[in-house]
Structure formats: C-alpha cells, structure tokens
Design a protein. Structure first.
Length: 82
C-alpha cells in the first residue's frame, strides 16, 4: 500500500523547511563544537582501547605466573636468604 500523494508532498515540504531553517545551522554548529571539544580531549579509539586491554590482560597473567614461580622457589629453600 503506497502513501497518499499529500503525505509525500508534506514530507518533501517538511524536509525542505528543515534544510533551509535555522535548525540546520544550529545542528551544523553543534556538531562542529562537539567535534572540536572531543578533539581537545585525550581520548583513544575503541580499537586502541581493546588492544591495550588485551596487553594488560597478558601482562597480568605473566605477573601471576612469575609470582607463583617465585613463591615455589622460596618455598623450596631450607634457609631464608640473608
């Protein structure tokens, strides 16, 4: 079922109005302001964050492995180190 012609006409007029209204200027200005504000922040992309999270997880696993190894080596000594 297709839309009646008056709905198509209304939709077109509304789109033209929005395109030529101050709302479009406000939208562009707001987007530009937000883009500039975000550019000033020290943020990383999601991909960079995920890479760093993966590196951190591997580092934590390695630290836990080394701590366990040190604990087993210390437990194997008969006398404490001076």
């Amino acid at each position: 079922m297709s839309k009646p012609a008056f709905l198509d006409d209304f939709q077109q007029k509304l789109a033209d109005f929005m395109r030529n209204s101050p709302v479009a200027d406000v939208d562009r200005n707001l987007r530009a302001t937000l883009t500039q504000g975000l550019a000033k922040l020290d943020v990383v992309t999601r991909e960079e964050f995920e890479v760093q999270a993966e590196i951190l997880a591997r580092t934590r696993a390695k630290v836990a492995e080394l701590e366990a190894r040190i604990a087993s080596l210390e437990a194997g000594r008969d006398t404490p180190a001076a």
